[in-house]
Design a protein around this ligand. Structure first.
Ligand SMILES: [Zn+2]
Length: 561
């Protein structure tokens, strides 16, 4: 999702934390946006047929979306989301114009035709206006009206969090994706529009504009549907992947063509690595694309927004501070990971956004491992602990479109890295990651479903691990003392019943598992000097020698800022 996980902690988060310090307050608008209301629950989106004309001259759009849906339950009123200040011209079903009751960003449409359960029907929403302008895309959301360095129009949309209804009418909830979608975008010549899926046709309209008709054959998150319009060049490549021939299409600005040809060579090894760990790329039919955008990036399905300035790292910086992250382009790696985590397996509620971001963050470490070796991958993930704030839980609030802490990135990656240590079997770990992608392919799921799948398939009861790390801000502390050849240990700062095993040095030079609980246990230990005792730094925990209350006796796995 937000490509930028990184910055979310800095930017968007600064906004959220002000209100998060006190209890956040929610309104009916939050419930209408974030929950499966009765006016949403009765219909299932089957196809969005979206047509939008984009006018950079006055930053306006005019368009229509014909929504084809399956009727699950009888109903007379339909909720369609369309954010202000966009206005509706008309809503039409079966040739009749329907009346609409507007409540803020929501349209409650009064249906005239009988909605027969099991049937499919369509309704067309005609609309226009000047959509919200994104000033800090991709962190705020809306339309980006930019110019390239030659002064050509360069337009993009980014609306994760804020919602796709900022520029087109739809059921703006994560849990309902259409089975397929047309995205037909009209832009003034000579700029070219690149959206999701494959280009089915271009039509010159004879009025100085051209319509680019893109089509996505797979279910797609509404926030992934995007306009990207500019003076693009185009080049292609092919990856022989797990499921055969995968087309790779690249759309850099014309004047960045040579630079892009070089930088985008990184794509193939990234996709190969992720296919190994996560299973086949999910969208062979729709292809893989990178499209240069004026904003940093976003995981727009089969048309990833790329704005990392052809630099390695995150805008040229390594977010792990280990140097490992300077060997690859953050936006290519992080956003490509979202094709599995977020686009293929989608959260059903924003509260569970860790399904997208924790796994995408973890994928950065896995790519580092594919490229530079297992130790380097671990170093990268451990290095990112410095970015953990433990300000509030990773899981947000349900039914309100309310995300949890930005810790869903750095901490989330470290939770998964810790679980991998518990599994202690890379073959099984890989089968679990691939299994999530095949079991929940093209589905919207809850965090609980992922947690239960992981417990079942790692053959470990991870419930307390998830409770601790996802739903509290406490970092487990291994309290210990060494007296002669006896190690005493217990968990502190943990949820009741927390019993996660952890590896420590019971003898010089090797890590072995112990199984601490909240009360003291003992184990034989063979160390020449008690100060040689270590906790395996791959575990995201703290440790404290209670006989030596030094100011900082944390193990290498410290969570210090
Ligand atoms: Zn992300």
């Amino acid at each position: 999702m937000r490509s930028c996980g990184a910055l979310v902690t800095g930017l968007a988060f600064a906004v959220a934390s002000g209100s998060a310090a006190q209890a956040p307050t929610f309104t009916r608008a939050d419930t209408l946006r974030g929950s499966n209301t009765p006016e949403r629950a009765w219909w299932d989106a089957a196809f969005y047929d979206l047509h939008v004309r984009v006018n950079p001259a006055d930053s306006s759009i005019v368009g229509r979306n014909t929504i084809t849906y399956r009727i699950l339950r009888p109903a007379r009123e339909m909720q369609i989301d369309l954010q202000q200040p966009l206005v509706v011209d008309s809503i039409v079903q079966d040739g009749a114009e329907l009346s609409v009751r507007r409540e803020g960003n929501v349209l409650f449409v009064r249906l005239l035709s009988v909605q027969r359960v099991g049937a499919r029907k369509s309704v067309s929403v005609y609309y226009r206006g000047k959509p919200t302008v994104a000033l800090r895309a991709p962190w705020d959301g809306g339309f980006v009206w930019a110019r390239d360095s030659l002064g050509n129009d360069w337009i993009a949309t980014a609306n994760q969090g804020l919602g796709a209804s900022v520029w087109w009418p739809n059921k703006d909830i994560y849990s309902d994706e259409p089975d397929s979608q047309r995205v037909a975008i009209t832009v003034p010549d000579p700029i070219v529009n690149v959206s999701n899926g494959r280009l089915r046709g271009t039509r010159r309209n004879g009025d100085g504009t051209t319509t680019y008709e893109w089509f996505v054959t797979s279910p797609i998150n509404n926030y992934n549907v995007a306009v990207n319009a500019g003076r693009y060049a185009h080049f292609s490549d092919v990856l022989q992947g797990e499921k055969g021939r995968l087309t790779l299409d690249y759309w850099p600005l014309e004047y960045n063509l040579d630079t892009a040809r070089k930088q985008f060579q990184q794509t193939k090894p990234v996709l190969r690595c992720f296919e190994t760990w996560f299973g086949p790329y999910p969208w062979y039919a729709d292809g893989f694309k990178l499209v240069e955008t004026p904003h940093l990036g976003m995981e727009h399905q089969s048309a990833i927004a790329y704005g990392n300035h052809y630099l390695n790292g995150y805008r040229g910086r390594d977010r792990s501070e280990t140097g490992r992250g300077l060997e690859w382009d953050f936006i290519i790696v992080h956003e490509a990971a979202h094709e599995w985590w977020g686009n293929n397996v989608t959260m059903s509620d924003a509260a569970d956004m860790w399904i997208h971001e924790s796994f995408a963050d973890y994928a950065e470490g896995l790519y580092t491992e594919c490229q530079q070796g297992k130790r380097a991958g671990a170093e990268y993930i451990i290095g990112k602990r410095a970015g953990i704030s433990n300000d509030r839980p990773i899981v947000g609030l349900y039914g309100l479109n309310y995300e949890g802490s930005g810790d869903m990135y750095n901490k989330g990656g470290n939770i998964l890295h810790t679980i991998r240590q518990l599994v202690n079997d890379d073959g099984r770990w890989r089968r679990v990651l691939r299994g999530i992608n095949s079991t929940f392919a093209r589905q919207a799921v809850s965090g609980k479903q992922i947690e239960e799948y992981m417990s079942r398939n790692t053959r470990l009861d991870l419930s307390k691990v998830f409770d601790q790390y996802l739903r509290t801000t406490m970092v487990p502390v291994l309290e210990y003392r060494i007296e002669g050849s006896t190690l005493s240990y217990r968990w502190a700062n943990v949820v009741p019943g927390f019993d996660m095993p952890v590896k420590v040095t019971l003898s010089p030079g090797t890590f072995r598992f112990i199984q601490p609980i909240e009360s003291w246990l003992t184990s034989p230990i063979r160390l020449e000097r008690p100060e040689d005792f270590r906790v395996d730094p791959n575990f995201y925990v703290l440790s404290r020698d209670i006989l030596t209350p030094a100011p900082d006796s944390t193990a290498g796995a410290s969570a210090s800022r």
